[in-house]
Design a protein around this ligand. Sequence first.
Ligand code: NI
Length: 259
Amino acid sequence: MYIIDTHAHYDDERFDGDRDELLTSLSFHNIGIVINSGASMKGVRDTIALTEKYDFVYGSVGIHPSDVMELEVDNAYEELKSLALRDKIVAVGETGLDYYWDEPDREIQKKHFERQLELAREIKKPVIIHSRDAAADTLDIMKSLHAEEMGGTIHCFSYGTELAEEYLNMGFYLGIGGVITFKNGRKLKEVVDYMPLDRILLETDSPYLSPEPNRGKRNSSLNLPYVAEKIAEIKNISVEKVIEATYDNACRVYKLPRA
Ligand code: NI
């Protein structure tokens, strides 16, 4: 049973120096599948290229809330849709709301979050949600657009158990990454303790959010065992059990081929 990294950004320029070497090394470290998450128009096109070059790389296609001004141009949605329809693209995203930054305007973020949810519905693929400091509006929009019918993942889940319960009740999975190993990650540890194992996905968000003991360095899928170990510790089960369950979960939600 291998590890699946359900959220990484290997199109990021921080991998320009060693991308091929790093990606081809993953299978020797039991990382069997990576889902590369497109987050800008360039990121989306680069994601497609990665899925064409590497068998084990799948992708998601969407525009991060910080970059949605890119969708304010003609034909942006036509291109997004045609790329999202490809076989190795398993989800629409990341899409959502990010109120940590003042830009873009919240109304514009909401509009493009809604449109991307509608795209997921239209092409019948799950969604990968990014939500930061925007808990109430994210949930409102997901409920009003019946996101439970598309399903998917709240990536890099950062809220507490009450919101976790809301998303779990909608059938969503929660992406758990490096933050679970942080000393100040108490809230997320409570969520992992609370939630059922069959809704947890392992993710890195590489190159961001490297777990301890590599916090602050460039992240990669090679760090996922630290995340799996921490989840095992919190849930008082074996690491093998965490890897097996999260593998099943990722295959189920993203319809990935089983090894
Ligand atoms: Ni991300």
